[in-house]
Design a protein around this ligand. Structure first.
Ligand code: BTN
Length: 264
């Protein structure tokens, strides 16, 4: 096993460490309902029912990083998507530290992290609305990073990779230091977001974004749209430029960006 040590996470984090769980998101939600405090982190070595976005399975065998952060933030509901970009930036920063030197780390809308064009990490955000206050009682940010292995890629899905698949070996595959770096970067990003708003988070994300200004295919439930990834708006929505039609703002969906062959 590559992850024998526990990270010493800074305050206000509180770490709940598990060998195995159905899903760290599910466990964090149960803890939220039982009154667990803001910044509780649930970390498991493996998941038996790991979940991805849009109801997909997240294959969760031993050797990868699976954790969820519970947040209790009294902010308007419509700003909460912005937190998934805070998380994506933290994941991308931490992966860039752990990946082989010079590896190209990208973010892909809404919050996938890619290394050399292949997906290495994903984020699943879930929340319990507090309708009366127009906010969330709690939010859970679930993060999975492929460290030692990655699932076989299904037909039509984005190619996947792991740190091991990128040539990292030995201590470089320890999960605990990755969690440590990622949790600290997330806390720093959260402070930036609280103090300065989404602007700097958006700029940090855009600096690493894949496909801006180029053609994209967006898959929505029951609809596939081809357009140009025009911009990321002030709420984190994808602004899609369409031929001869008004722009569309996309708040949820799967984005496919054509792979550009490297020229020598
Ligand atoms: C995606 O589909 O890209 C999002 C994947 C999110 C996976 C993580 S692993 C930890 C947490 N627990 C889950 O069940 N899912 C998230």
């Amino acid at each position: 096993m590559n992850n024998t040590t526990s990270p010493q996470l800074p305050s206000p984090y509180r770490l709940v460490e598990l060998e195995s769980v159905d899903s760290t998101n599910a466990e964090a939600k149960r803890l939220a309902e039982d009154g667990a405090p803001d910044c509780t982190i649930v970390w498991a070595k493996r998941q038996t029912s790991g979940r991805g976005r849009r109801g997909r399975e997240w294959v969760s065998s031993q050797g990868n990083l699976y954790f969820s952060i519970l947040l209790r933030l009294p902010y308007p509901m419509e700003t909460m998507t912005q937190l998934s970009f805070v998380a994506a930036n933290a994941v991308a920063d931490a992966v860039a530290v752990a990946a082989p030197r010079g590896a190209f780390v990208n973010v892909k809308w809404p919050n996938d992290v890619l290394v050399e064009g292949k997906k290495i990490a994903g984020i699943l955000m879930e929340g319990e609305p507090d309708i009366a206050n127009g906010s969330f009682k709690w939010l859970v940010l679930g993060i999975g990073v492929n460290v030692a292995n990655h699932p076989a890629v299904e037909e039509g899905a984005y190619p996947a990779t792991s740190l091991a698949g990128q040539g990292v070996s030995g201590e470089g595959l320890d999960v605990a230091p990755l969690l440590d770096t990622l949790a600290k970067r997330f806390l720093a990003g959260l402070a930036t977001w609280r103090n300065l708003g989404f602007g700097p988070i958006r700029r940090h994300w855009l600096a690493r974004a894949k496909g801006i200004g180029g053609p994209v295919t967006v898959r929505l439930p029951g609809e596939t749209i081809e357009g140009v990834f025009g911009a990321l708006d002030e709420n984190g929505e994808l602004v899609l430029h369409l031929d001869g039609q008004p722009n569309r703002r996309i708040s949820a969906g799967d984005v496919f960006i054509p792979q550009v062959p490297h020229e020598i």
